[in-house]
Design a binder for this molecule. Structure first.
Ligand code: ATP
Length: 253
């Protein structure tokens, strides 16, 4: 199994707080890997480091053997890494289709070239972009709502729209930050099915998620963080039975 992303001995502090401390992780190509842990465990911070939003004070992030530590998200998108955010980042005044078209970071240079070559080329490029965006909407079950204003979509549909937009950059590695947060049971089941489909299409998925049922159902492996440290890494059956993990979660309540 080849390694797509490697986080090596990552640490970062905010003031006196060590939010992430010496965490290493090798993400295997094709797997679904979930990051879990009690509130304040460092999940989002670690996610922000591997997606280029934060520069770690120690350690490095290797994407396909290239050191991408602290590289901006646009550059990472061109290298095949794309992410969603816990809070919706939707353009509510735009249609679902336009929102997805806005996610095609990796093709920006092609568009710029089209501008140089002439307007007919731009028109063709836009048509292709729209067709590909429709495919992504179809992938997440939103094809019928393509022309609908994002402001008129249900919450569950908006969460799927965000996934479609991330897919529009044709990632090899998709990072999903709490994809099911705030979703009801039906919406969570839809998201879960979509994540499986994404992995089935050959895209590696790393997610942060609080919904333990979802995590246990879809993950190949789970990384458990506690107080910024890696507590346990393994398949769901191993994590579920780990006494340290049980203690970490019980300690929260
Ligand atoms: P949750 O499940 O509640 O979202 P989490 O596991 O994602 O939690 P983080 O948000 O990564 O945890 O936070 C880890 C620690 O770092 C917490 O103590 C938090 O207060 C602190 N922290 C995170 N971001 C910042 C920041 N920008 N400035 C200061 N402290 C921060």
């Amino acid at each position: 199994m080849s390694i797509l992303l490697r986080a090596e001995d990552i640490s970062i502090s905010f003031g006196g707080i060590k939010a992430v401390s010496g965490v290493s992780l090798a993400v295997e190509r094709g797997e679904i890997l979930s990051i879990i842990g009690p509130n304040g465990a460092g999940k989002t911070t670690f996610f922000n480091i591997i997606s280029g939003l934060y520069l770690p004070s120690q350690g490095r992030v290797m994407l396909k053997d290239e050191d991408v530590t602290g590289r901006p998200p646009e550059m990472l998108a061109r290298r095949g890494l794309c992410r969603t955010f816990q809070n919706l980042q939707v353009f509510f005044g735009m249609s679902a289709l336009e929102n997805v078209m806005a996610g095609r970071h990796r093709h920006e240079r092609t568009s710029a070239l089209s501008h140089i070559l002439g307007l007919r080329c731009v028109g063709r490029e836009n048509a292709r972009s729209a067709a590909e965006a429709r495919e992504k909407l179809d992938f997440v079950g939103l094809a019928d709502l393509a022309e609908r204003s994002a402001g008129g979509l249900s919450y569950g549909a908006l969460k799927r729209l965000e996934i479609a937009r991330a897919l529009a950059s044709e990632p090899e590695l998709l990072l999903l930050d709490e994809p099911a947060a705030g979703c009801n049971g039906t919406e969570t089941a839809q998201i879960s099915e979509i994540i499986r489909k994404i992995a089935g299409a050959g895209i590696t998925v790393v997610l942060v998620e609080h919904d333990m049922k979802l995590v246990m159902r879809i993950s190949d492996r789970i990384l458990v963080l506690e107080q910024g440290r890696s507590l346990c890494l393994g398949p769901p059956s191993v994590v579920r039975g780990d006494s340290r993990v049980q203690a970490a979660y019980l300690g929260q309540h």
